[in-house]
Design a protein around this ligand. Structure first.
Ligand SMILES: C[S@@+](CC[C@H](N)C(=O)[O-])C[C@H]1O[C@@H](n2cnc3c(N)ncnc32)[C@H](O)[C@@H]1O
Length: 470
């Protein structure tokens, strides 16, 4: 067999053309989970491959700086390659790493964070980054999923979207969801057929059922959200009766109306059809109320670990003022409140703040205050009122923090910043800004919240080197 160097020499970048068939060694995996090969230093990305594979590919696209190769044959398998546990893994965009040994995924995720920090020129001593905390049993871990409902060849199709398209993959089971999700899919396929209920059709904006959103808690109680195009839902009562008597774990069913021609799953109106319209979950002996449209970390087991590390890093003292920015329903805030003098939570979704306030009351926690609004607006407002924290914990969405947030954090000059992030690249960008303002990167921990996907959650601790501890 040719070595990569020999293969590359034979081909040569100038000769690399669309349609060309070549053999390459996969040397790395990129952030999207695509294998990376090089042909005379010219990068070729190959979907479905991992480091150590030797493969035959066909060049399908050629851009200025890279090419895309379509996998034709695995000539020699990487030692880290495993048989995917899910038969839909190549169609569904959810589990890009199903063909990679789980332990190797954990290494890949740690390296992703190191590489992003280095790429952004963050001063990083690699010994401060711990190995990724993985799951003992990395299946059926998701407590929330959204399936799309459509029709193909006159049959009801329910499942996740294919990667980068809005085509639904017809599944009967998902290895990331609890078993009841499989039963719910089966039930709706048959009930929609029996009662002649049409799925929503994007092209015509007609039809009724758009999506099924399934949320569950640690006790395996289920909230089912049926997203419909119209408030009219034929045979609703009969269907509900059949559904809830068949799947006893369903504690509440909510109809969400979304009549807009949009890719957003949920609309603004919720009608509770069964139960209380909420479910509760517990973290660290605290009880949290979850509404249909509020954020809750999707992997409950790992979330407990994630929050514990965030709080260990924060090392809150009884006199400390702590900010929990992007606080959702106040999960971190309430845990932090047990150790601090006062915690201020900030969150954009009003319903989450309503839940956070209720959660505090329900758990008899009196030293929290919550603000509904954009962090980039609320944080400067708090600063202007001279409310400044000793410790800031922040957990922004994938796009990271707005510049105003980082600027205000720097002005507030807390002793510690604990940053929880689901996107290594925006994390690195924000860390660099804090580093430029005299914050030192002290600790990094990656946690696998999303096994088999390329996503990684990180927690970092930065300490303020510019001021004496307050
Ligand atoms: C990754 S979640 C973290 C939530 C919470 N810390 C948790 O662990 O459950 C990010 C949260 O930020 C909220 N969010 C998004 N943009 C925001 C903004 N500009 N200001 C405040 N909150 C925002 C989202 O609604 C979401 O609840």
């Amino acid at each position: 067999m040719d070595s990569i160097i020999e293969v590359n020499k034979k081909v040569g970048v100038n000769m690399l053309e669309i349609g060309q068939i070549i053999e390459v060694n996969i040397m790395d995996i990129n952030y999207e989970g695509k294998g990376v090969a090089k042909v005379d230093d010219f990068v070729v990305f190959v979907e479905g491959t991992i480091t150590g594979d030797f493969v035959k590919i066909k060049i399908s696209q050629k851009k200025k700086n890279y090419a895309i190769g379509k996998l034709l044959k695995i000539i020699k398998k990487s030692n880290d390659r495993v048989d995917p546990s899910c038969k839909y893994s190549t169609q569904c965009g959810g589990c890009k790493l199903m063909h990679m040994d789980y332990k190797e995924q954990l290494i890949y995720k740690k390296n992703r964070v190191i590489n992003e920090l280095k790429r952004t020129s963050v001063n990083i001593d690699e010994t401060i980054i711990n190995d990724t905390i993985g799951m003992e049993e990395p299946f059926r871990y998701r407590n929330k999923t959204a399936f799309s409902v459509t029709k193909k060849n006159d049959e009801i199709v329910i499942g996740p979207y294919e990667e980068k398209t809005y085509n639904t993959v017809d599944i009967s089971s998902c290895m990331l969801q609890n078993k009841q999700a499989d039963e719910i899919i089966k039930f709706f396929k048959s009930a929609m057929k029996k009662y002649n209920i049409e799925p929503y059709d994007k092209k015509t904006s007609k039809g009724i059922i758009r999506n099924l959103v399934i949320r569950s808690n640690k006790q395996n109680e289920i909230m089912l959200i049926i997203v419909t195009n119209t408030e009219y839902f034929p045979n609703k009562d009969t269907i509900l009766k059949e559904l809830t008597s068949k799947i006893k774990e369903i504690k509440t069913v909510v109809q969400n109306i979304n009549n807009k021609n949009t890719n957003l799953i949920m609309g603004n109106k919720n009608i509770t059809l069964f139960g209380e319209g909420i479910i509760n979950d517990t973290i660290d002996n605290l009880i949290f109320t979850i509404s249909p449209d509020t954020f809750f970390q999707i992997n409950s087991q790992q979330t407990q670990r994630l929050y514990k590390i965030a709080l260990d890093y924060a090392e809150l003292k009884p006199d400390d003022i702590c900010f929990d920015l992007y606080c959702g329903i106040g999960t971190i805030s309430l845990m932090a409140a047990k150790h601090a003098k006062k915690v201020y939570g900030v969150e954009i979704v009003e319903q989450s703040i309503i839940n956070a306030i209720e959660n505090a009351r329900f758990n008899h926690i009196e030293n929290t205050e919550f603000f509904a609004g954009k962090t980039e607006k609320i944080l400067p407002m708090l600063y202007n009122k001279n409310i400044v924290p000793d410790v800031i914990i922040l957990d922004p969405p994938r796009k990271g923090c707005e510049k105003e947030v980082i600027d205000t954090i720097i002005k507030m000059s807390p002793n510690k910043v604990v940053y929880v992030s689901c996107n290594p690249s925006t994390l690195a960008r924000d860390v660099k800004l804090l580093e430029n303002a005299n914050y030192k990167l002290e600790k990094i921990q990656t946690v696998d919240q999303f096994p088999w996907s390329t996503h990684v959650e990180s927690i970092i601790l930065m300490t303020n080197c510019g001021s004496e501890e307050k």
